[in-house]
Write a protein that binds this ligand. Structure first.
Ligand SMILES: [Zn+2]
Ligand SMILES: [Zn+2]
Length: 381
């Protein structure tokens, strides 16, 4: 492979050979194949075609590529802008996430995954865009789990790198292992139902919406809630009355969770498959199953929403139905509100104490400072 050359004439020229983009191919895969066709290392190829500093093969290249760069590729390849844009992860905007963050962590975009059987069977092996999505844990064609690292050395895939600058991306860039030879990790028959739920998630992402109780909901607003529910099941161990309960209890016990990324990303791909399946199942017989999950785990409105930046309207509606909003800390109440409640209780002939106030305001009064002002402290039963 030709490496480390710079030729200004090439910067102004078009690509000489233009491979046809394959179904669901991700942009970095197509660019690497284009470079291979020119017998050039992908990094050298792009350095030759772009002026210095214009092109960057960083790990999140497919999410961060600018429209400017896409337009240059359009000119050089004669493919339409739309075709090139669709190969980038920006095309998931408003489907997977409201917006794809160019610099930073995209919750639902993961390191490049792959199905070894697909790579084996491809006439021209290539990497799929959908293999970059957290929700794609299995290959629907081969009924097996995907890999997100080289099974031989554990390295993450880097499509622009080549092992010893010679082997293409079907070989691990670090150890040279032929990724097509990775063992097929078949999804057990017992998990057929979970497999179907993954298909459902895939079709929601493709369509961009789902319908719950006759109300259409944008897919990205639906997916936002998955992170929160996974966190509840795993980090807070709120995992009673869910599908795959023993397995998920086990993951919650054995996994060490960090605060640097969403909990679900800390799991292995087969574990993510199980958790996603359990979450999807909560929305069957809507809202009955979800309601059962809430009650079994004594989940409050606050716990269900605490880490969401914004609460989607559909989710707020669901929670209002099954877990009406309560005031989670009585410190948010004013003295006036407590005094009024106290007056009302007296007129009703009821004893004023923290237990009754807790029922009335639906919040914990044990650490409330204002209560002391009306003599509440003395009257704890
Ligand atoms: Zn496959
Ligand atoms: Zn390797």
């Amino acid at each position: 492979m030709i490496k480390k050359v710079k030729n200004p004439a090439v910067t102004a020229s078009r690509f000489l050979l233009i491979p046809k983009p394959l179904p669901d191919e991700i942009l970095s895969s197509w660019l690497a194949r284009t470079a291979y066709a020119h017998l050039t290392h992908p990094k050298t190829f792009m350095n030759m075609h772009f002026s210095t500093g214009k092109f960057n093969w960083r790990p999140n290249f497919d999410a961060s590529v600018s429209d400017d760069v896409l337009r240059i590729i359009e000119r050089k390849s004669t493919l339409s802008f739309e075709t090139i844009y669709q190969m980038s992860l920006k095309s998931y905007e408003s489907y997977l996430q409201e917006s794809i963050i160019p610099d930073g962590l995209n919750t639902f975009i993961v390191p490049q995954r792959f199905c070894p059987v697909c790579l084996r069977e491809d006439q021209f092996p290539y990497y799929r865009k959908s293999w970059k999505v957290l929700f794609t844990t299995v290959c629907f064609r081969h009924h097996c789990y995907l890999y997100d690292h080289c099974p031989s050395c554990g390295a993450l895939l880097k499509l622009a790198n080549m092992y010893r600058n010679t082997l293409p991306f079907v070989f691990c860039h670090k150890c040279g292992f032929d990724l097509r030879k990775a063992r097929k990790l078949t999804v057990p028959k017992t998990l057929d139902l979970a497999f179907k739920r993954m298909q459902r998630i895939r079709s929601i992402l493709k369509r961009g919406y789902l319908v719950l109780n006759k109300i259409p909901i944008y897919s990205f607003l639906f997916f936002e809630v998955f992170v929160q529910l996974a966190k509840l099941m795993l980090a807070y161990k709120k995992n009673d009355s869910i599908d795959h309960q023993p397995k998920i209890k086990n993951f919650a016990k054995r996994t060490r969770f960090t605060k640097t990324q969403p909990v679900i990303r800390e799991l292995s791909i087969p574990q993510q498959f199980i958790v996603l399946s359990a979450i999807m199942e909560l929305f069957r017989h809507y809202p009955k199953k979800f309601d059962r999950f809430l009650k079994a785990n004594a989940l409050t409105h606050w716990l269900l929403t605490r880490d969401l930046k914004e609460i989607a309207f559909w989710y707020e509606n669901l929670l209002n139905k099954v877990a009406p909003q309560t005031c989670f800390t009585s410190d948010l109440l004013t003295l006036q509100e407590i005094q009024n409640a106290a007056k009302w209780l007296t007129t009703q002939g009821l004893i004023l104490n923290k237990i009754i106030l807790k029922k009335l305001f639906q919040c914990d009064f044990y650490h409330n400072k204002l209560g002391a002002n009306i003599g509440l402290k003395k009257k704890i039963i």
